[in-house]
Structure formats: C-alpha cells, structure tokens
Design a protein around this ligand. Structure first.
Ligand SMILES: [Zn+2]
Length: 565
C-alpha cells in the first residue's frame, strides 16, 4: 500500500481512488506483530484524506462563487468522507475483535467498542429519515423573514435593533424576530413529533429504554450519567439562578424600568454605541496575537505561526460562507480559523474561542495517531472556553484592543453571558430529558406546557406577561433540540471547567497555564475526568463545587461595574 506523501495526492480523488486503500487495510493480515504498522497506515490514511477534505472545505467556504471549489467540496462531503467513515467502522471492528489494546489507544478503543455495541442495521434507514427531517427544519427556519419598516428581512439582520438603546425599537425588533416562530409553531411541532418517534425507535432497536440512555453511549459519555445531569440542573437552580436573577435586577435598575421585558436583555448598560475593538481581520489578528503573547509566550508564538502561514481567513466579504470554525490539518499539523469578522466585540470573543481550539490542535499534534488528538465536546470546549477567560484580562491596556473602561464593559458582558447561558443550558437539557423520558414527549401541547414549567424554574427576573406564545417559541428557536438532540450539557460542563481554569490563573498564572497546556497536549488519550484534572479542574455537577465559582463571577462583575460606571 503506497499512500501519497502529502494530502495534495488526494485533492482530486474520487471514492474509486480511495477505496483500494481501505480494502488493503481490510484484508491485510492483522495480529500482535503487524498491529502497530497497520494502525500507523490507517491513521496516516485518515490524516491524508481528512486534510484533503478540510482543504476543499476551506477553499469553498472562503469562495462559494467558484463552481470548481464547490464541486470539490461536495465530492468530499457527500461522496468520499461518508463512505470512508463506513469503511472506518469495518476497520474499527477488526481492531476491537483482535482484543489487543495498544498503549495510548485505551480511550480510542473504548469509543470504537461503544459505537460497535449500539450499531443496528435496522437503525440506518431511521437515521437517514432523521437527516431528511433535519433538512426540513432548515428549510422552514431558513425561509423565515421578519417584517421590518415595510420590508421583509432575514432574521439575523434585526440583531442590531435588538440591542438598540431605544426601548420601543428593541420591542419591535424582538416581536418581529419571534413572530415567524409563533406562526410556524404548528408545522415545527408536527416535525418535531416525527423526530422524537424515530429517535425513540432508534433507542429501542438498540435495546435501550429511551433515547437519553442510548445517547449517553452514542456520545461516549462514559464519565457521567443522566442522574448527574439532573444533579447539574438542581445545582444550577440553587446556585446560578439566584446569581443570574441578581444580575437581571441590576440590569432593571440600571435601565430604570419597572419590569425587565425579554427585549431588555440585549442592550448594553454602559454604552449607546457598540464597541469597535478593531478595524479589519489583520488588525484583529495582531490584537489577539499581542494578548496571547502576554497570556503565554508559547501560545503567542503558535498564533504568530498562524499569521505567518496564512492559516486565518477572518474578514467578512462577499462570496464567503457564513459562520466561523476552526479546523485541523492533520498532515501538516496546523489549525485553520475561518470567521466573518465585521469589527464588533463578538468577533473578538469568537476569535479567542476558536484560538483555544487551535492551541488544542497545535499541542495534541504530538500524539502519533489521529484518533488520539480530538476529545469529545466536553474537553474540546474546555480548551476554547478557558481561552476566552484566560485572555480576557488582556483586553485592555497595555497590549489589548480596548481602553480600560471599554475592556471592563466587554468583560462584564461576557460574565453576564456566562450566568445566562448556564441557566439556559440547564433548562434546555432538563426539557430534552423530559421529552425522551416522561412518556409524554410526543404530545405538542404537553411539550409546550413542560417547557413553560421548566423555563419558569430556571429563568426568573424577566416579565413575560402577555407573551406566552413568545416564551413557548423560545424552544423552537433552539436548533440543537431539533438537530443535535441532547447535545448541550457539554457546554455547561465545559463552562464550569473553564471557570476553574480562570480561578487557577488568578491564583498562580504560570502554574495555571502550564496545566492548561498539559491538558491540551493529552488530546483524547485520557478519560474525561483525567483530562479535566490535568487542566486543574474537575467535572462539576453539585452545588458545593459550583457555588465558589459563581461567587467569583459575581465578585468580578461587582469590581468591573466599578470600572465601567
Ligand atoms: Zn467551540
């Protein structure tokens, strides 16, 4: 088997070009003697093919107007990669059946084994139907437009008006944004019922009582249970909800309003105009580069490598795909960051977040096999969410992109957001658990009632009177519930991990950064609790461990309010 030397050898490959490599691995003799060489070949094949696919995606998302780039991207995403994944499952089965667990591949083989255990041929058509139903969700929501000043606009265009200092304008923007979901409630509810039916069938086919217990195995959640998530909800209710409610009370007073309405959440309390921390992508890269160097010179040098080697495409421009991502090029051992920056503070936060993923890719590159590098979302998001907090103290002088007061305003918004998102995560996760375990999740009206009940438990301090349909519409707007079921608690676990890393930095910056980098370098080679331990953190589901972190957030908010005032 003669693999190409670089991923360029696969740049124009069709499935017919790739299949012989998988066939060779499928028929090669495999025993204790040949295992190491076989694994290296397979890993190298995955690296080369993955990098060719990533480069095709990068080329296309940076320029969606070029038909050749589009064709290459589609060839990989719809033809080559799905088939390669199928072949990968066969090879994983060979490996697991061999019964040998090579050093450093313990977690890889545990993941392979779990996926094999729950695989059922009868579920393949159900997953295909779920894909189709997911596309229908995209079609319904993608076609939504808001009525605004006599025009019909795509919903994201109203975002600036949701943050307006003019309260009436905010209210109109809020109502216009939510209205399409209120109107489509019936169609979305019907669609969701079909999804729940199929997901429960998938679980039953694999001998699970419900989709929650199935998902814990499918998502390789070996280190925590559905019961831990229930404890997480309870802990958020007792610790975070009061802190979030205090933060909302402060907001209400500062805005001098009788009652805080849903359209009062997005407006900045200290500035009439949005922050403008940078001019263009080059300026953004230089700015965060200075910040990273102050956080840790090694990370600063890695980021400089990304600038020098053109591994950033940051500016929003015509023809570029929307959104942002960080992808890994496994053969050259480099990350790539794609963004649509327009000069606002949210772009800086996104940049710090994606850079955390990029530093993870740099560090875990030291692991020899491709499967050893990317851990699950709980650990991947620990890398990125920690970096948001680790770099935040550098937003202001001397190296940052804002003056002292604006830096305090930006950090306040970030911390306020952390409280709000923990509360939101708990309600979304509790709701999804109810859907798949209560026995009533197929009934649209009971679902909406359950959402209102769960939401009232976690979101207090906002006056929703006269807005019941709008409050219900909130869950229909959460695409994870439709498309990535039960995928959300990971962010909560990672956020609490990141707060611990931040606390460590406040106590001893060098030690905290050393631990963070040790964690990054482990990639996916250790079980989740050990990855967290390496970072100087632990998985938190209980109020006793949660409370001091939330106290720290509130103290920090108090201090920053003094600077921002
Ligand atoms: Zn992320």
């Amino acid at each position: 088997m003669k693999l190409p030397v670089t991923s360029a050898g696969f740049a124009g490959a069709t499935w017919d070009d790739v299949l012989p490599f998988y066939d060779a691995l499928a028929s090669a003799p495999l025993d204790g003697e040949t295992l190491d060489g076989w694994l290296r070949q397979w890993s190298r094949l995955e690296e080369l093919l993955g990098e060719a696919a990533s480069l095709a995606m990068i080329a296309y998302t940076c320029d969606t107007t070029d038909p050749d780039k589009e064709a290459a991207y589609l060839r990989f995403s719809s033809e080559v990669i799905p088939r390669a994944e199928e072949q990968g499952v066969h090879l994983a089965r060979r490996l697991v059946e061999l019964g040998i667990v090579p050093d450093g591949l313990e977690t890889t083989i545990a993941r392979f084994r779990a996926s094999i255990d729950i695989f059922r041929q009868s579920n393949v058509p159900l997953f295909a139907e779920l894909e189709e139903l997911g596309a229908r969700y995209h079609r319904i929501t993608g076609a939504m437009v808001a009525r605004w000043e006599g025009e019909l606009l795509p919903l994201p265009r109203l975002t600036p008006f949701l943050q307006s200092v003019d309260r009436d304008e905010r209210e109109r923007a809020y109502r216009a944004t939510v209205e399409p979901y209120v109107v489509e409630r019936g169609a979305l509810a019907e669609l969701f019922t079909l999804m729940v039916e199929r997901r429960q069938a998938v679980a039953r086919n694999a001998n699970f009582s419900d989709y929650v217990t199935f998902s814990f195995v499918a998502k390789h959640r070996f280190s925590y249970t559905p019961g831990d998530c229930t404890r997480f909800h309870d802990a958020v209710e007792s610790v975070v909800v009061p802190a979030h409610t205090r933060s909302l009370a402060f907001r209400r007073e500062r805005l001098q309003v009788e009652a805080l309405r849903p359209w009062d959440i997005g407006v900045n309390l200290y500035r009439a105009e949005p922050l403008t921390p940078f001019t263009d992508g080059t300026d953004l890269a230089r700015g965060v580069g200075r910040m990273f160097t102050r956080v840790d010179p090694v990370l600063g040098a890695q980021f400089q490598t990304m600038i020098d080697e053109n591994l950033l495409d940051l500016d929003s421009r015509k023809g570029k795909a929307p959104g942002g991502y960080c992808d890994t090029l496994h053969v050259i051992g480099r990350p790539f960051i794609f963004m649509n920056a327009s000069g606002v503070m949210e772009d800086v936060t996104t940049m710090l977040h994606e850079a955390g993923h990029a530093f993870h890719a740099f560090a875990s590159r030291e692991q020899p096999m491709v499967w050893q590098r990317h851990p699950g979302a709980e650990a991947a998001e620990l890398a990125s969410m920690s970096m948001e907090l680790l770099a935040a103290p550098e937003l202001g002088p001397p190296a940052g992109m804002l003056d002292e007061r604006d830096a305090a305003i930006a950090r306040l918004e970030h911390l306020e957001d952390i409280l709000a998102s923990l509360v939101h995560i708990a309600s979304v996760d509790a709701f999804q658990n109810w859907i798949y375990t209560s026995g009533k999740g197929l009934d649209p009206d009971q679902r909406d009632t359950a959402w209102l009940r769960i939401r009232a438990r976690f979101e207090q301090g906002v006056d929703w009177s006269g807005l019941m349909a709008e409050r219900i519409a909130r869950w229909y707007r959460q695409l994870h519930i439709f498309l990535y079921p039960l995928y959300y608690i990971e962010y909560g676990i990672a956020q609490l991990g990141a707060l611990q890393v931040f606390r460590n930095q406040r106590r001893d910056g060098d030690a905290a950064l050393a631990a963070y980098r040790r964690f990054l370098a482990l990639g996916a080679t250790e079980p989740l609790p050990d990855l967290y331990r390496a970072a100087g953190a632990s998985l938190i589901f209980d109020p006793v461990a949660m409370r001091p972190l939330i106290d720290m957030v509130e103290e920090e908010m108090d201090r920053l309010r003094g600077v921002a005032a």
